[in-house]
Design a protein around this ligand. Structure first.
Ligand SMILES: *Cc1c(COP(=O)(O)O)cnc(C)c1O
Length: 361
């Protein structure tokens, strides 16, 4: 059976060579006689898998030694609560930047624990851009500043990292982590659900500066305390072992392919091709996002008329291009083109879009 090009926003496409390796190792991992799924998380085999994954991620992202890397569960959505529970540290408010659906959810959750001060918003442009650094109303006494570098649903990405002085910067990188090199030292905490650009769902990666740990709000459950996870090597309880293993295979593969610099060059080229085609379609296809804030990872677009949506999706599926339907809150189409989407997938999508326009012009 042939594999399709899967443009799902998440769980998303995984690199074919990783899936093949997982298949080859499925029944007997490295002569252990067991599948990784069946291993004790405290056994030496799994510990070696876990440690290698962390080492490779540290190397890929150049993560300094004063940052902990945690492999947790609960998705990015659990982080919406864990961040205020752990990082308020006796302060009453945190700054939040509002740029779409995911930052809105983070804000909603933060309000349960303290004041979520709206320090910047692009609601005025209906979330088709992001606030400029000069427009941010940052509170120097805020516990932290939270933002969403890439809004997965709107396809809006910050072209800059907000400067927040001494206030720790917190980023929900679920849909942009590993898409390019970043300077981790600019952040107090980075989190990402794995199912967009890392591996399978069920795993959440958290990268946190160690001086921010250990000051949780009263009543914080152990499972929501970063320090407890950090002190236990993310094995306070049974971690999502198989997802951790697959993430490790992805990290190793990214290293083989030249790391995040190589990913950035590829991702920029893939995204530019698709946006260039959309912009050159004479309004048949449209992307609403300000050019400087267009996401490399999620490309929403509409067709000339909504009545074309169904036939477009049907024809796409027949051509082996799946999961192009836009998020229910925005409609239209969305092509998610994470690291694992090969450039051939972009070429096939553009060829299909051209053909569809010709036949339905
Ligand atoms: C998908 C996504 C989430 C939600 O992730 P879950 O793992 O389902 O909780 C949060 N933030 C962003 C930016 C996302 O893309």
């Amino acid at each position: 059976m042939a594999r399709v090009f899967n443009f799902s926003a998440g769980p998303a496409v995984l690199p074919e060579e990783v899936l093949q390796q997982a298949r080859d190792e499925m029944l007997d991992w490295h002569g252990s006689g067991t599948s990784v799924m069946e291993m004790s998380h405290r056994g030496k085999e799994f510990i070696s898998i876990a440690e290698q994954a962390e080492a490779d991620l540290r190397e890929l992202m150049n993560i300094p030694s004063n940052y902990k890397v945690l492999f947790l569960q609960g998705g990015a959505s659990a982080q919406f609560a864990m961040v205020p529970m752990n990082l308020l540290r006796g302060k009453s408010s945190a700054d939040y930047l509002h740029t779409g659906e995911w930052s809105k959810k983070a804000i909603g959750e933060a309000k349960k624990y303290g004041k979520a001060n709206l320090a910047g918003s692009s609601e005025g442009s209906r979330f088709t851009n992001v606030p400029l650094q000069s427009e941010l109303k940052l509170d120097p006494n805020a516990a932290y500043v939270h933002y969403t570098p890439n809004e997965t649903i709107g396809g809006v990405e910050y072209p800059y990292v907000p400067a927040t002085g001494n206030v720790p910067l917190v980023a929900d990188m679920s849909s942009t982590i590993l898409s390019r090199p970043i300077d981790v030292t600019k952040f107090g905490l980075i989190y990402a659900g794995a199912q967009k650009n890392i591996g399978p769902s069920g795993l959440t990666v958290v990268i946190v500066r160690d001086d921010l740990l250990g000051q949780t709000v009263a009543g914080t459950p152990s499972m929501f305390d970063y320090k407890i996870h950090a002190d236990n090597g993310s094995m306070y309880n049974t971690p999502p072992t198989y997802a951790w293993y697959i993430a490790g295979l992805v990290f190793a593969m990214l290293k083989r392919k030249g790391g995040l610099q190589a990913m950035a060059a590829l991702n920029e080229r893939k995204a530019r091709k698709l946006y260039d085609y959309i912009d050159a379609s004479g309004g048949y296809y449209k992307n609403p996002v300000a050019v400087s804030c267009r996401s490399w990872m999620n490309v929403p677009f509409t067709l000339k008329s909504e009545t074309l949506d169904e036939p477009f999706l049907k024809g796409a599926k027949a051509a082996g291009l799946v999961q192009l339907k836009g998020h229910r809150s925005v409609g239209g189409m969305r092509a998610s083109i994470y690291n694992a989407m090969p450039e051939a997938g972009i070429d096939a999508l553009i060829a299909y879009m051209k053909d569809f326009m010709q036949k339905n012009g």
